[in-house]
Design a protein around this ligand. Structure first.
Ligand code: COI
Length: 357
């Protein structure tokens, strides 16, 4: 088991160049990154180095056949001045599962957590202090062997970079608009929908751009067999409040098992709200809207946190939700999660990994 990480610090921090009042999502990177290579059947000595480019072979398998898995998680600055990483153990085990699906060797989860702690300590000043902003970590594992045979790579690089971010959807838009996608498919049964892999996001680009050109923020994916059942939004999982119940699509292997999804379910169940994880058809949502029982809809994800949905385009029918305004359930969940993440309220579920400075 590895107990230390060789560290080379930057000679000159770039922190001064960052405008924390105008952060976007993921376009600025902090000073340091973690990296470890897998060669000759073993993960080699891990390192923390200044963030910067590295070279890979043009024939690297990740470039040709998409052997690449990633994660997204956040560190928040607590109101007590101590950083907290939100549920990194969950991201470690999901990354491990994504590795299995893409034939990437298992990694040491305790090293992953240690690397995050070290990165937070080194780049603590990069954690934004404004509520809602965070230091977003992007761990990535890519197959590096130069080989044009379709096969798993013999060697890999695992690296973790970080980026100070605002929430994924700009606050200038209080709700987002979705287009239920009846032609394209994100994932099919037996595919890779449950894995966080580059290919799933590549598949979403064309339908995403089309939905943007039609005035929507995101695609609402339907199942890959009949385009009948709701799956997820791509950047987040989806929840509906119908009457007094909250419904979210069950995990059937075609959607991502979101960490925020799980947190929302735990928080709602603690409030005594009935939550159903089950198949939910897009027709059920339309029917509920016409019957007046569709109270709210919102997305939940690490990058997005909680994103209230104001409108869903279903085959040209516009389903307006809560008069296109954020609903009380989504707003209260947003605050409840952020309060836990920033130490405003008790971490009753023990979700935060505290980092000492
Ligand atoms: C996340 O929420 O962390 C994601 O990975 C979504 C995304 C920005 C691809």
């Amino acid at each position: 088991m590895i107990t230390s990480i060789k560290t080379t610090r930057v000679t000159q921090s770039r922190l001064e160049t960052v405008d924390f009042n105008n952060l976007g999502f993921g376009s600025v990177f902090s000073d340091h990154m973690f990296q470890v290579d897998y060669v000759n059947g073993f993960w080699s000595e891990p390192e923390i180095v200044p963030y910067g480019p590295f070279s890979i072979a043009p024939g690297a398998l990740c470039l040709h056949y998409g052997q690449s898995v990633f994660e997204g998680l956040k560190a928040y600055m607590g109101v007590d001045g101590l950083p907290r990483i939100f549920r990194p153990d969950r991201n470690a085990s999901r990354l491990q599962n994504s590795c299995k699906r893409l034939c990437i060797p298992a990694f040491d989860e305790s090293l992953f957590l240690m690397a995050l702690d070290h990165l937070v300590q080194l780049d603590a000043n990069w954690i934004p202090k404004e509520r809602g902003k965070a230091l977003y970590f992007r761990p990535l594992i890519i197959g590096l062997e130069a080989n044009l045979t379709v096969k798993p790579s013999d060697n890999y690089r695992f690296y973790i970079m970080s980026s100070p971010v605002r929430e994924y959807f700009s606050k200038s838009n209080p709700t987002i608009s979705l287009k239920a996608e009846h032609s394209f498919t994100r994932a099919a049964p037996g595919g890779m929908g449950h894995a966080k892999t580059a290919g799933n996001y590549a598949a979403s680009l064309l339908p995403g751009i089309r939905s943007l050109s039609e005035g929507h923020d995101q695609v609402l994916w339907l199942d890959g067999v009949n385009h009948e059942y709701v799956e997820e939004v791509g950047q987040m999982n989806i929840f509906f409040q119908i009457g007094n119940k909250v419904i979210t699509p069950e995990l059937r292997g075609t959607i991502l098992p979101g960490v925020t999804r799980d947190s929302v379910l735990e928080l709602l169940r603690r409030r005594g709200i009935v939550c159903e994880e089950r198949r939910v058809s897009i027709q059920e949502i339309v029917d509920a809207a016409y019957a007046g029982s569709l109270v709210e809809a919102f997305g939940a994800g690490t990058a997005a946190v909680i994103a209230p949905v104001g409108n869903i385009d279903v085959n040209g029918q516009q389903i307006e939700i809560n008069n296109s305004a954020p609903g009380p359930l989504a707003s209260s969940l947003y605050n409840e999660i952020l309060d836990i993440q920033t130490g405003v309220s008790d971490d009753v579920f023990n979700w935060n990994r505290m980092v000492s400075l």
